[in-house]
Design a protein around this ligand. Structure first.
Ligand SMILES: [Cu+2]
Length: 252
C-alpha cells in the first residue's frame, strides 16, 4: 500500500497531472527490437529509444525547457539519465534517489532546461550495463541561441556491441574483466553501422560531434582527407582549437 501510494505521488510530480493538459515536446518510447548490425544477420534482444532504429539524436535549446515523455515499453523497469546536463536533480534519472523507476508499461515526464550548449548523451539508469549494452545510448545536442554557421551538423554515436558471428549477443560483461580494462565489445559501430559513409557537399563546413557512448572502449581518432579543427571536448569549447590527430575519446 505504501509503495503504491508513493508511486502515484512521484508520478504526479513527474508530470502526469500536467500531462493531461499539455502534451510533451517529445515522446520517447523505450522498447525491445530486432535489428541487423552485422551484415546478413538480425540481432535479437536489442533495445532502443524511438521507433525501430538507433536512438534519435535529441536537440534541445540552451536555457529553454524541453519536456520528454519517456514511455517504457520494455518488460522491465527503466529511467533515463541525461549525461552531463546541469539540470534539476529531480530530472536526473537516478532510480530511488531522484525518482521511482519507470515500471514496465508506465511513463515519466522529464523536463530539461539545459544551461550549457554542447554535445551530450543519454542512457538508462536501471539494469544499466545490460540496457546500455543492448543499445540504449543516444546523442543529445544542446544548441546555442546563436547559429554557429555550419552547413551541416553530423552526430556520430560511437559504440560497440558484443555479438557472436551469428549476430546474437554473447555474454555482455565478464566479472574477471571488471578488475581489468572492462569487457570490450566485438563489433565497433557508428550510428549502429559497421562502415557508415556520409555524403557531404564539397566545400561545405561540417560539424562532427563524436559521442563515445560505449561503456568500455577508449579510442584514438584522426581526421584525414579534409581540413578540420577540434573546437570542443567534453561538451566544453576549447580556448585554442587543436589539430584532429590522436584525439583520445573515452566512454562518456
Ligand atoms: Cu551517464
Amino acid at each position: 500500500m505504501l509503495g503504491g501510494t508513493a508511486a502515484v505521488a512521484v508520478g504526479a510530480a513527474g508530470g502526469l497531472i500536467a500531462g493531461r493538459a499539455v502534451a510533451a515536446d517529445l515522446t520517447l518510447p523505450v522498447s525491445a527490437i530486432s535489428r541487423s548490425i552485422l551484415p546478413g544477420t538480425v540481432t535479437k534482444g536489442m533495445m532502443s529509444f524511438g521507433a525501430g532504429g538507433p536512438p534519435p539524436t535529441l536537440r534541445l535549446l540552451r536555457d529553454r525547457p524541453f519536456s520528454i515523455d519517456v514511455v517504457n515499453d520494455l518488460d522491465e523497469a527503466t529511467s533515463v539519465h541525461w549525461h552531463g546536463l546541469r539540470i534539476a536533480n529531480a530530472m536526473d534519472g537516478v532510480p530511488y534517489l531522484t525518482q521511482r523507476p519507470i515500471a514496465a508499461g508506465e511513463s515519466f515526464r522529464y523536463t530539461l532546461t539545459p544551461p550549457d550548449a554542447g554535445t551530450y548523451w543519454y542512457h538508462p539508469h536501471c539494469n544499466t550495463l545490460d540496457q546500455m549494452a543492448r543499445g540504449l545510448t543516444g546523442v543529445l545536442v544542446v544548441e546555442d541561441d546563436e547559429d554557429a554557421g555550419f552547413d551541416q551538423d553530423l552526430p556520430l554515436n560511437i559504440r560497440d556491441f558484443r555479438l557472436g558471428e551469428d549476430g546474437q549477443f554473447i555474454e555482455l560483461f565478464k566479472a574477471r574483466n571488471a578488475a581489468r580494462g572492462g569487457t570490450l565489445g566485438t563489433v565497433s559501430t557508428v550510428n549502429w553501422e559497421v562502415t557508415p559513409i556520409y555524403d557531404l557537399p564539397a566545400g561545405s563546413l561540417v560539424r562532427l560531434r563524436l559521442a563515445v557512448t560505449d561503456v568500455t572502449r577508449i579510442g584514438t581518432y584522426d581526421l584525414d582527407g579534409g581540413t578540420a579543427k577540434v573546437i570542443a571536448l567534453d561538451a566544453n569549447p576549447l580556448r585554442q582549437p587543436v589539430a584532429p590527430r590522436g584525439i583520445v575519446v573515452a566512454p562518456g
